[in-house]
Design a protein around this ligand. Structure first.
Ligand SMILES: *Cc1c(COP(=O)(O)O)cnc(C)c1O
Length: 233
């Protein structure tokens, strides 16, 4: 079973890496400048283990309860970078700051304070990305583009947070390219004031090519690597 699953994950991963390679070549970019974050929500810690063996260095999770349990099971994998990519309630900040290396879904000032205090309590620093909402009508989370810089400023001022850049989810059912172009503009505005904020997390299983064409530095890929989440609920 585990060897079958390993072969399946290896083949999927290979396919995704080929897509990334082709998209980078088309965009004149170095594939080494794009980080793949495997989004492992709904899938067991054993899959994360297999992915780590296959060379995946970063995983994404979107719910604290599931993520914290999985991270406990993965205590032997101290080289794995954990990205929290889901909507985060302030009261969960203390838990998430205990195991996440990066919180990609910073979407409001109150969360800056909650994460900053939590990181201090845990005696560590936390990397954060400002999540930008590219389509308010669908409620996929994120701060309005016009408010992103102010939120980035607040994160940069926090003593225990490291502002690294921006994240977004493209609007459902629409062409992702204009959304990713807008995200890059927002990212540049933030980078002008905060030169260290170089990350652009954009692109998922269905739109990673467009994201790479528009400067994404981080891809969050679930289905294309792990398979359909439906069959795992
Ligand atoms: C689930 C999830 C992903 C992965 O989406 P796929 O389409 O399965 O690749 C990426 N980003 C976020 C924020 C997610 O919640």
């Amino acid at each position: 079973m585990s060897s079958e699953r390993r072969a399946e994950l290896a083949a999927n991963l290979e396919g995704v890496r080929e897509r990334i390679g082709r998209a980078c070549a088309a965009a004149g970019r170095d594939a080494g400048d794009v980080t793949l974050v495997a989004v492992t929500k709904f899938f067991p810690a054993s899959d994360v283990d297999l992915l780590a063996e296959l060379g995946v260095g970063a995983v994404g999770e979107n719910r604290d309860q599931e993520a914290s349990a999985k991270v406990l099971e993965l205590a032997h994998r101290d080289d794995l970078e954990v990205h929290f990519v889901g909507q985060l309630q302030s009261k969960k900040a203390g838990s998430v700051a205990g195991y996440a290396d990066v919180v990609q879904s910073l979407d409001r000032p109150k969360l800056v304070d909650a994460l900053d205090r939590a990181a201090e309590r845990h005696g560590r620093r936390l990397a954060v990305l400002v999540q930008v909402g590219l389509d308010e009508s669908q409620g996929r989370g994120g701060v309005a583009p016009a408010d992103a810089l102010a939120l980035a400023d607040a994160a940069a001022r926090a003593d225990h947070l490291d502002l690294r850049g921006v994240m977004a989810v493209a609007p459902l059912g629409a062409d992702a390219a204009p959304a990713f172009a807008r995200l890059r503009e927002v990212a540049r505005g933030i980078q002008d004031r905060h030169p260290q904020a170089t990350w652009i997390s954009a692109g998922m299983s269905g739109d990673l090519e467009q994201a790479i064409a528009h400067g994404a530095t981080h891809l969050r890929v679930g289905t294309a690597i792990l398979g359909s989440r439906q069959s795992h609920q």
